[in-house]
Design a binder for this molecule. Structure first.
Ligand SMILES: C[S@@+](CC[C@H](N)C(=O)[O-])C[C@H]1O[C@@H](n2cnc3c(N)ncnc32)[C@H](O)[C@@H]1O
Length: 368
């Protein structure tokens, strides 16, 4: 049976390597998100809006079960406050299967699982949002938006999911489909609502890396709304990305969880993992990919910057503090960065330090 027919006709379908990589990203991100959010806030919610049946025919769990297990098996589980997990699925047979899968898990008083009656997300979103926030707009809510097609999750719907101040979205962006069909006549009628504008057109002329250009355009649309965003290409082996996972968040703290996830899965660039590279050590030297951060820090020449500013800058460029320290080491070796405060410290770039930057001209030997 062809995969498209399997997905349409069967209640449960077979997993594939892309799904495994996607779930790995979910798991790593959730580990960090849960560790931070569930010890800080009295309760939080995850909405799996395109939940599926919770299992694949060849055995792996579906995303709602991945979420529940990540919670139940978390090392900080005993310190966690309450997590609400709300699942929506349009097909009654898949809802039934999902309920069966959840029944196999041992119940936990801290985990409140609610499988909703079959429903279409766009119609149910306002009701789910009220359920998820539990009467308080500030309740942190992570929305997992993982449909089969472009039409089920237009940008307006993603915006709706980000209405609360602590709402976050982890969204599957169909970059391969965009790449293949963007020049098809009439396809703009699908693309423009998907992106929430015509900015997708900037990616069309790209000959190489058009999928990445679509992801970047989508992320620019989020940034234009004042949001923070991270992206990650999901691919198999050396093939191009089939889709991207896009994170949208109101807080830079969300990005602090995202960067380590992407670097864990892709040691080379932190931009996209294949099924093979996930978990494997890279042959490449990481230093080649901190160039963007190096360029950004050089623009501070002539100023002193606090660690918090530098760390924020690094997070926005999808780098971790360890990369920041690596770039600072390199700049310091060239005389372009100096820690000016504190004078004494056990490590070169402690949190809270202040760094003064210089330009190469400042260092040049006048006599030569
Ligand atoms: C890509 S699958 C989800 C896979 C699941 N997130 C996982 O990772 O295991 C998409 C699911 O959404 C369901 N679906 C499709 N359109 C929907 C809609 N508009 N609202 C809710 N569910 C929908 C499909 O029946 C399918 O089970």
């Amino acid at each position: 049976m062809r995969r498209v027919d399997e997905l349409r006709e069967r209640t449960v379908w077979k997993s594939d390597p892309h799904t495994q990589v996607k779930h790995l990203v979910y798991r790593h991100y959730l580990q960090c998100w849960m560790g931070k959010i569930l010890q800080k806030f009295p309760e939080a919610t995850i909405v799996d809006a395109f939940a599926g049946p919770g299992v694949y025919t060849d055995g792996p769990p579906g995303s709602p079960v991945v979420v529940a297990k990540t919670f139940l098996e978390h090392t900080a589980y005993r310190r966690f406050n309450k997590l609400n997990l709300i699942c929506l699925e349009e097909r009654p047979d898949r809802v039934e299967e999902l309920r069966r899968q959840f029944a196999k898990l041992s119940p936990s008083p801290q985990l409140n699982i609610s499988v909703q009656p079959p429903g279409v997300f766009a119609e149910q979103q306002p009701r789910l949002s009220a359920l998820a926030h539990r009467g308080r707009a500030e309740t942190p809510v992570l929305w997992l938006i993982d449909p089969f097609d472009l039409k089920s999750a237009p940008f307006s719907l993603i915006r709706q999911c980000l209405a609360g101040p602590r709402d976050e979205v982890l969204f599957t962006l169909f970059t391969n489909e965009l790449h293949r069909f963007c020049q098809r006549e009439g396809y703009d009628k699908t693309m423009t609502p998907y992106f929430g504008g015509t900015h997708w057109q900037s990616a069309v002329p790209e000959r190489r890396g058009r999928r990445e250009a679509f992801a970047a355009a989508y992320q620019q649309g989020l940034k234009d709304q004042g949001l923070f965003t991270g992206g990650f290409g999901i691919k198999v082996s050396s093939q191009s990305a089939r889709y991207h996972l896009i994170l949208a968040t109101h807080s830079e703290a969300g990005l602090k969880c995202w960067a380590p996830v992407t670097w864990k899965l892709d040691h080379y660039s932190g931009q996209g993992a294949s099924a093979e590279t996930a978990g494997a050590l890279s042959l490449f030297d990481e230093s080649s990919v901190v160039d963007r951060l190096d360029v950004a820090l050089r623009t501070y020449a002539g100023t002193a910057q606090r660690w918090e500013t530098l760390s924020s800058q690094a997070a926005r460029l999808n780098h971790m503090d360890k990369h920041l320290r690596q770039v600072l080491d390199n700049l310091a070796a060239q005389g372009l960065a100096f820690r000016v405060d504190p004078v004494q410290a056990r490590t070169a770039w402690p949190e809270g330090c202040t760094v003064r930057f210089y330009a190469p001209e400042d260092v040049a030997d006048e006599a030569s």
